[in-house]
Design a binder for this molecule. Structure first.
Ligand SMILES: [Zn+2]
Length: 941
């Protein structure tokens, strides 16, 4: 075997080779470069420039769900805003006008709580501060965080109308929120009812969850009989249903007993009792089968037998007597199914007092039970409560036990130390108490539930399982309690006639209030001049002025009205709402109800949801676990483009993991994409229109690349339209890594470096590189916002241009050539066997580069015909190749997935060209092959 000889000449031809030239650095240094690019966009006023460029196009309006203005960004808010930005930018580049107005949610307890915290730390009493002053501090707090978050969102590369965001605390918004409320008021769809809330009898106020702490408390417990008066099952007649409670004082508020449909219940007959037992031989008791032993123990029942056993459903329709029947509690008590009933302790049957518990209240609303006003704000029973009027609930246990003993319904008593809610401030134990609250009915004359369910069916939910989630919630939800007893919010600016209890429904009063709010903000409601709103014909003394504030979910739920419908650049309904999947319960839900209540349909055409950010092991991020990752830290170490790439790289409809290794993987993917752009830029240096070649004049290899571009164009449009970014970005990454870097770029390196500039082959390659650059910078622009801008400006330096003013390129239809694509799939398959064989040769040091090889390739007849149509040595980057029809000989290199193809490596013969390093039978006296001699001559001046 002869080997390649090196030519005699020592002449250095490096300067005659077209090595890549570009200022686009290999090292991205994003943390330093991104802020410079941001400044440039601000100078250009890129958002306005986009609007001007898109003027007249169909609008795409993603309505921003407002984040709460009380802290720095975390991974979840970063992910949400980046996804929105990718959607907006891709829609813009698809040819729409993507108008994006960011917003902030400002009212509500978390901010109020922060200000109160400041007061506590300063030893200041909140009650000595005027409402106006307190609200002003809340407002300033929110303003501060809006500024902080705005610059953080911008640092992530998110584009939008940051100079004119919406906030729920703007006067115009506060007036808008009230106007929406007033629509419900005027149509009769706002009523005052009662609701069970956590209440401190010491501070005489309702407490929010954040103000409650749990500590141990010892309670008197009682086991009480509810005699059955009506039962669909004969074995229940004459029996008593048994309940157990740790709050004897709630018995006057009892209106039902709950059972679990899946729980097994028994009817037992007592046959023997111990000393001091309150049970009676012969009596029949109904309770959960698994708790019979415990109950017998506590009630000193020493003998019993089971008369019947059934599952909970059999209790449906059963009616009992109140245990204080005959003492002013004459009403009947139905048995109701509830999913919160368990058999951990007690009797497996739960006494329900709708005024005195969250579960109790919800079950009561579902079944239309009365919510009696049993306990006053000082913790004493109301005057109309038989037996106990005026008694404090915390002193009620013994009188209660006495009364139940008298009616013969007490079966046992005991004591229990358990975790119980206490006031964060006073440390006093809390009670649940019914308080007057304002509601929007679900099934009133406005048929809100029905309309909302219809609207859900007319909305597109992505992913589709979101539809069932929100439908289930709307189907089962109780009336919406829209009132809160707080200060930092929009007031329920309503008057109630003191004498009649009638709510004032006067459009003129409503308009006076709304106009005042718009002019001066809602503080004016609290500053007390009701006459100004009531007008000259009404006496303010006749009216109660409601000072409750609205649930903040009402504020954000009505943004569609005072943002979407009010701003001329936006459209109603929105094209898209995009938030975390918890918003089926939150923003999607309340926006739907408010929009259906006032406009009869959803405020959105589509709803897209994403999961939550979790750590690499799938755990929730928390300070206590120490596994939080701050997006702001990542900006300083890796850059926004890496974080953005991570955002679109995984299926975001599920929970999304992040960790050091995952980010390192994204950094690798980023480098691959960056190096692809850098290769294009380096080899496009000096490319001009005169050099461009028509499609028909191109070699098949170039036409294959254009075919792949056409395929990717189709995919990119489809994925961008359906928000399937992970699929698109995985395809783009594979294209850059496999089709380009490992194949096309590798094959064409020789032509690009060594052919004379006017060679058709080189011109075709550079024409294709130009198309690749146009497509890749566009397709990557919605995600790698900084890097594509840097690449674009490197190639086309400009003071006022931007890659983000472009559209996705329109590719000629004839680039798509599936038949060509299939043939090249096969060619590349055979090529993989060749490169595999040469890899072994290189590893074993028999060759340095593939150009030192001229292998034999054994193929079937069809492959041989196929390979004859191309320069296979060029594609395999060898100095020669021999395609032989026939079975591969023993010992030939093969790959399992390409049967019938074998490669026998052979060294190339001849002399190596001093310039291109390919081997030829002969080279000239300067050591050059004919192609290189020609190229060098063409370069000479
Ligand atoms: Zn050469």
């Amino acid at each position: 075997m002869t080997t390649v000889t090196t030519p005699a000449t020592t002449k250095d031809y490096r300067s005659t080779v077209f090595l890549p030239r570009t200022d686009f650095p290999m090292r991205a240094n994003l943390p330093a470069r991104e802020p410079e690019i941001l400044e440039r966009w601000q100078r250009l006023d890129l958002y306005r420039r986009q609007r001007a460029a898109a003027a007249g196009r169909e609008k795409f309006v993603l309505h921003d769900g407002p984040p709460y203005a009380n802290g720095h960004l975390h991974m979840g808010t970063a992910l949400n805003k980046i996804l929105k930005d990718v959607v907006n930018r891709s829609q813009q580049m698809l040819g729409r006008d993507s108008v994006y107005v960011p917003g902030w949610d400002c009212h509500g307890l978390p901010i109020e709580w922060q200000i109160e915290q400041r007061y506590r730390q300063a030893g200041k009493d909140k009650d000595t501060v005027s409402i106006a002053e307190f609200r002003q501090e809340c407002r300033e707090f929110a303003l501060h965080w809006i500024d902080v978050q705005r610059s953080e969102f911008q640092r992530l590369g998110v584009i939008g109308d940051w100079d004119h965001p919406y906030t729920t605390m703007a006067y115009q918004a506060e007036a808008g929120i009230f106007r929406e409320l007033a629509k419900f008021l005027l149509s009769g769809e706002l009523y005052r009812g009662r609701k069970s809330v956590m209440w401190s009898v010491v501070e005489k106020t309702a407490l929010a969850d954040a103000e409650v702490e749990y500590r141990d408390h010892t309670s008197t417990t009682i086991m009480v009989r509810f005699p059955v008066v009506e039962a669909p099952r004969p074995e229940l007649s004459g029996a008593a249903v048994l309940i157990w409670t740790t709050t004897p004082w709630t018995i006057p508020g009892n209106r039902a007993v709950a059972y679990g449909e899946g729980v097994r219940y028994v009817v037992i007959e007592v046959t023997e009792v111990g000393d001091g037992s309150l049970a009676q031989v012969g009596e029949k008791l109904v309770l959960a089968a698994s708790l019979v032993g415990n109950v017998a123990n506590q009630a000193k029942i020493t003998g019993h037998r089971t008369l019947a056993e059934f599952s909970g459903e059999a209790l449906a329709g059963t009616i009992c007597r109140h245990p204080l029947h005959g003492k002013g509690y004459g009403f009947q008590v139905p048995l109701l199914a509830a999913d919160f009933v368990d058999t951990e302790q007690g009797t497996g049957l739960v006494h329900i007092a709708p005024s005195h518990g969250a579960d109790d209240f919800e079950l009561g609303s579902k079944h239309g039970l009365e919510v009696p006003d049993t306990v006053g704000e000082d913790g004493r029973y109301a005057d109309d409560v038989p037996l106990f009027a005026g008694t404090h609930v915390f002193d009620a246990a013994e009188p209660m036990i006495g009364a139940l003993s008298e009616t013969g319904t007490l079966l046992a008593r005991g004591r229990l130390t358990h975790s119980y809610p206490h006031s964060w401030r006073s440390k006093a134990p809390l009670i649940f108490r019914a308080t007057p609250q304002w509601f929007i009915p679900m099934d009133g004359a406005g048929r809100l539930r029905e309309k909302a369910l219809q609207a859900i069916a007319q909305t597109r939910w992505v992913p589709p399982q979101g539809e069932n989630r929100i439908r289930g919630m709307i189907e089962s939800r109780p009336d919406w309690c829209v009132s809160r007893q707080r200060v930092w919010g929009v007031p329920i600016a309503v008057f109630v006639h003191k004498a009649t209890g009638e709510v004032l429904r006067d459009p003129e009063v409503v308009e006076r209030i709304a106009a005042a709010f718009e002019q001066d903000g809602v503080d004016i409601w609290f500053s007390g001049e009701p006459g100004r709103f009531l007008g000259p014909d009404r006496n303010p003394a006749d009216y109660e002025q409601v000072v409750d504030t609205l649930d903040v979910w009402f504020d954000s739920g009505s943004t569609h009205a005072y943002v979407l419908a009010a701003r001329p650049e936006l459209t109603w309904p929105a094209s898209l709402y995009l938030e975390g999947s918890d918003q089926h319960r939150g923003w999607f839900h309340t926006s739907l109800l408010l929009s259906c209540g006032t406009r009869g349909r959803a405020p959105y055409d589509r709803v897209l949801t994403h999961g939550f950010v979790v750590d690499a092991e799938g755990r929730k991020m928390s300070k206590s676990l120490g596994n939080t990752i701050s997006p702001l830290d990542l900006m300083k170490t890796m850059g926004a483009d890496i974080l953005r790439l991570w955002t679109v790289s995984t299926d975001y409809t599920e929970d999304i993991r992040i960790g050091d290794e995952i980010l390192a993987g994204q950094a690798d993917a980023y480098r691959r994409l960056r190096n692809t752009l850098r290769y294009l830029l380096g080899n496009l240096a000096g490319f001009g229109e005169a050099e461009r070649l028509a499609y028909a004049q191109m070699p098949e290899l170039e036409r294959w690349v254009l075919h792949r571009l056409a395929e990717l164009d189709r995919l990119a449009r489809e994925c961008n339209r359906s928000f399937d970014f992970p699929r698109l970005y995985s395809a783009l990454h594979n294209f850059c890594a496999t089709d380009l870097s490992a194949f096309y770029f590798d094959v064409r390196k020789d032509s690009l470096y060594c052919d004379r500039p006017d060679s058709m082959r080189r011109r075709a390659a550079r024409t294709v590189l130009d198309q690749l650059f146009a497509c890749l910078t566009a397709w990557l622009a919605p995600v790698l916002v900084f890097t594509t801008e840097e690449a674009w400006l490197t190639r086309f330096p400009s003071e006022d241009d931007s890659v983000h003013l472009r559209l996705f390129p329109d590719l000629p239809a004839d680039w798509r050539d599936p038949e060509l694509g299939a043939r090249w799939d096969r060619i590349r398959r055979v090529r993989r066997v060749v490169t595999g064989a040469l890899e072994v040769e290189r590893r074993d040091k028999r060759i340095g580069s593939s150009l030192e090889a001229a292998p034999q390739v054994f193929v079937g007849a069809a492959d041989a015909r196929l390979l004859a149509t191309v320069d296979f040595a060029e594609l395999a980057i060898t100095s020669g190749i021999e395609v032989i029809t026939g079975e591969p000989p023993t010992g030939a290199f093969t790959l399992d997935d390409t049967p019938g193809v074998g490669v026998v490596p052979k060294l190339a013969e001849g002399t190596r060209c001093a310039r291109c390093w390919q081997s030829y039978a002969s080279v000239d006296t300067d050591g050059l092959c004919a192609r290189c001699a020609d190229a060098v001559a063409a370069r000479a001046p």
